[in-house]
Design a protein around this ligand. Sequence first.
Ligand code: NAD
Length: 257
Amino acid sequence: MKDKVMIVTGAAMGLGLAAAEEFAAKGADLLLVDYNGEALQEASHKIKAAFPQIKIESYVADVSKEEDVKGYVALALKAFGRIDGLYNNAGIEGRQAPLVDYDLEVFKRVVDINLMGVYLAMRHVIPVMQKQGYGRIVNVASVGGIRGVVNQTAYVATKHAVSGMTKNAAIEYAKDGILTNAIAPGAILTPMVAEAFKQVNPADPKAAETEYAQRNPVRALGQPKDVAKLVAFLISEDNGYVNGQTIAIDGGESNLY
Ligand code: NAD
């Protein structure tokens, strides 16, 4: 990945940070994007300290706002002159509630970030990649993008949408050298998932985590590093022919349903 330029959204923690570290280890230059400015700065310092040889820019942006998306794309072009990979990772879970009781404002916010955020990034990055005749996009769906998850209607709806938009980008822009795929992680131990276990069992989130892990064929949650390695393949030139897929990385759990 030396001299390749990767944009990572939601880069301040969790899957985004792990992927940014993996890309940095492979020599890529990075534009880190997140709306949590403080955590973003910490992440940027951490990566710079570990990988002083690469160039890193960071940009505080809410991916659901088109002006912010235009802002980070403009910075990528100003700082690096090109965009080789887009890891469209920023997303939120929303709250857990049955479909009828779901808070409407939260529902709209989940749509704005998980669906519109992913769409807007592709809308503004794809023209850059078309001019280059090369690009790789990895969108983050979820196992909730290939099946239902009780009490998570907004999340499931938006993650299915991510998988759908991935198929469309794949068939519309592969002729321009742009391959687009999605990943569908199961439960990977990040701050978002830790928060979900708190909602499931506020008195003992660790018990909820252990119980959940026992249902997985490998009897464990995934680690952010596992996901980062899959993404590093899909977002690099090593991927020459995988296009339009939503690839589960869940220890095989989705095969149980
Ligand atoms: P996380 O909450 O640990 O990290 C998400 C990061 O995205 C945070 O730094 C947050 O500040 C940022 N972010 C959220 N909304 C944003 C916005 N509007 N603009 C800019 N930044 C924003 O979450 P995670 O577990 O690392 O999840 C990352 C992605 O992976 C999400 O799309 C999530 O739905 C998906 N996912 C995670 C899991 C899992 O098990 N962790 C499973 C399936 C899918």
